[in-house]
Write a protein that binds this ligand. Structure first.
Ligand SMILES: Cc1cc2nc3c(=O)[nH]c(=O)nc-3n(C[C@H](O)[C@H](O)[C@H](O)COP(=O)(O)OP(=O)(O)OC[C@H]3O[C@@H](n4cnc5c(N)ncnc54)[C@H](O)[C@@H]3O)c2cc1C
Length: 375
């Protein structure tokens, strides 16, 4: 039997690439270093059936994200607008609170059940044509005449997997930091990868689930901007009808400060901030959690601890010769137009799969479209 196509990373990009390769009739091995699929997509909550809050991405924008919208429809998922009714709050450095009556809406949509529902629906689509191996990390790639020899590491140890073709969906910085390639990729290209920030990798989110959206009853949208912190921007994260209530905030304090303060203290400070903003009911959530992406080694590198002043300009992937016939790069940071966003994860996956399938057609038919007699 021929070697499978191997997809590395089961974030949104790797899952979408695997689904598209499956549709094209290919056998796929999907390897994911983490014990869960989803990568930066992560929805969490307290206990079975409880409301889940997005600790990674929450929003998409249908007018700007056609692929996400199409996928949400294809997977028969529902979406609803971010709740923005009521006054928002501004917290000054001295703790003074100001109310802003103007509604705040940017057309942001949320997926019912959390963004993780996208990942779960994609996983449910995979047939036994796609073998998903969680807890399996790619360490190195060696180019051979008949494919790529991948060194993989799992709980049982390290082994070599031969791949006909490979799609690597790691953020460029992780690729440059963690993967050894033989023959080596040009130093200039590796430096460019090191210099490419992983979107949101330096961020952290705090979320709290409540029995009631008590802020709504007080005429507040749940949205707040703070110059005091530790959260700099807070939003309502309740379900569609507010039946299960939640707030989340981006922790604006820098990764170094967060690491120094420690997780428990930071959670206490975040809860105290919610009390300052929304009153004493905020002190007793049913569930709360903090996800610090800067401390997630399968997302962030130390270079991602430096704050970004603007959205980086991402570029389409360049694979050096002689790897071009065998390896494709995907992942949101490889999308020139939508880099950083969920849309970019899908865009880059589509492009990588298109390139790979075109290459296989050439390999099967020969460069001139005639059947390849050596196959
Ligand atoms: C806090 C936060 C908020 C965000 N908000 C939004 C938002 O509102 N809207 C939006 O559009 N986007 C948002 N984003 C960005 C969005 O999450 C990403 O664009 C998207 O999830 C990237 O998907 P990906 O598959 O390209 O990469 P990833 O999700 O990073 O997937 C890469 C996968 O590779 C795995 N991996 C790493 N190393 C190895 C290895 N050596 N071997 C095997 N597997 C490996 C990782 O574990 C991971 O599963 C946000 C991100 C964060 C962190």
């Amino acid at each position: 039997m021929s070697h499978p196509v191997v997809v590395v990373g089961a974030g949104l990009s790797g899952l979408q690439a695997s689904c598209l390769l499956q549709q094209a009739g290919l056998r796929v091995l999907l390897v994911e270093a983490d014990g869960r699929a989803g990568g930066r997509v992560m929805s969490a909550g307290g206990g079975a059936g409880a409301h889940r809050v997005d600790m990674g991405p929450s929003w998409f924008w249908p007018d700007m994200n056609p692929r996400v919208e199409r996928l949400v429809q294809q997977l028969q998922l529902d979406h609803f607008p971010q709740f923005t009714e009521g006054a928002s709050l501004v917290e000054a450095p001295d703790g003074q609170l100001y109310k802003r009556m103007a509604g705040w809406s940017q057309g942001s949509q949320r997926i019912r059940g959390g963004t993780q529902a996208l990942v779960e629906a994609l996983l449910a689509r995979l047939t036994d044509q796609v073998q998903l191996k969680l807890g399996t990390r790619l360490l190195s790639m060696a180019l051979q005449a008949d494919g790529v020899a991948l060194t993989l590491q799992g709980v049982a140890g390290t082994w070599t997997q031969l791949a006909a073709q490979v799609i690597v969906t790691l953020p460029p910085r992780l690729f440059a930091q963690d993967l050894a390639c033989s023959p080596a990729w040009p130093g200039e290209l590796m430096q460019a990868m090191h210099a490419t920030p992983t979107w949101m990798a330096g961020h952290a989110k705090f979320a709290a689930v409540y029995a009631q959206p008590f802020w709504r009853e007080a005429g507040l949208s749940g949205m707040a901007m703070s110059q005091r912190g530790p959260m700099s921007e807070i939003h309502d994260a309740s379900d569609e009808h507010g039946a299960t209530a939640a707030l989340f905030g981006f922790v604006g304090a820098a990764p170094g400060y967060r690491a120094g303060v420690g997780r428990e203290a930071l959670m206490q400070q975040s809860l105290a901030q919610l009390v300052r903003l929304f009153g004493p009911q905020a002190a007793t959530p049913l569930w709360c959690d903090l996800k610090d992406w800067a401390q997630a080694p399968l997302t962030a590198t130390p270079a991602d601890h430096r704050p970004l002043s603007h959205h980086p300009a991402y570029q389409q992937a360049v694979v050096p010769e002689p790897w071009r016939q065998r390896v494709w790069l995907a992942g949101t940071e490889r999308s020139a137009q939508f880099g950083g966003y969920l849309e970019g994860a899908l865009d880059s996956a589509e492009r990588a799969v298109e390139g790979l399938l075109a290459r296989r057609r050439v390999d099967a038919l020969g460069e001139h479209g005639l059947p390849n007699m050596t196959e």
